[in-house]
Design a protein around this ligand. Structure first.
Ligand SMILES: [Zn+2]
Length: 166
């Protein structure tokens, strides 16, 4: 398994010099470390996780979003969600697994799935702050809460977000 930290650090409670430096320079964050170690722990008993790659982890109080290499999401989720459920139990919060993409629209669509994304606009708030406006059909209800979504778009793309229905 590959992760933002090396295999030695995945298997240990401390960080090697190289990984510690990545953390100090904020190339990686504490969630990358904690959640990657949890996935690694599971990979010892689940062969399907042996070859996956965790690219990045974003975390809020109630949710961890694991961004993995293209093609690896189904392995991390498992049949009928069995792997994601075990992981969720181990870390004590919800899990979303999405495949890497620098595409804002694809990223948000993956986060709000199964709700369809109609479009994203940038809107300017009265204080001149720019935020993403995520537009979804009015008959749908988001499973991910709005504050979490906003936190995640900020961590990934530098702007908070609001949700609008039409
Ligand atoms: Zn290391």
């Amino acid at each position: 398994m590959k992760a933002p930290i090396c295999e030695i650090c995945l298997n240990s409670d401390i960080l090697c010099k190289v990984c510690q430096e990545k953390l100090d320079k904020r190339i990686i964050n504490q969630s990358d470390i904690d959640i990657s170690r949890a996935v690694y722990g599971l990979s010892k008993s689940l062969n399907i996780l042996k070859d996956i790659e965790v690219k990045k982890v974003l975390e809020t109080d109630n949710l961890a979003v694991i961004i993995c290499k293209k093609g690896d999401a189904s392995k991390l989720i498992g049949k009928d969600g069995v792997v994601a459920r075990r992981l969720s139990k181990n870390i004590g919060k919800g899990i979303r697994v999405i495949e890497e993409s620098n595409d804002l629209k694809e990223f948000i669509q993956n986060l709000i799935y199964p709700v369809p994304l109609l479009r994203i606009n940038i809107v300017y708030l009265p204080d001149e702050k720019e935020v993403f406006k995520i537009v979804i059909p009015k008959e749908h209800k988001l499973q991910i809460d709005k504050a979490t979504l906003s936190n995640l778009t900020y961590q990934m793309f530098g702007k908070e977000s609001v949700v609008s229905k039409e």
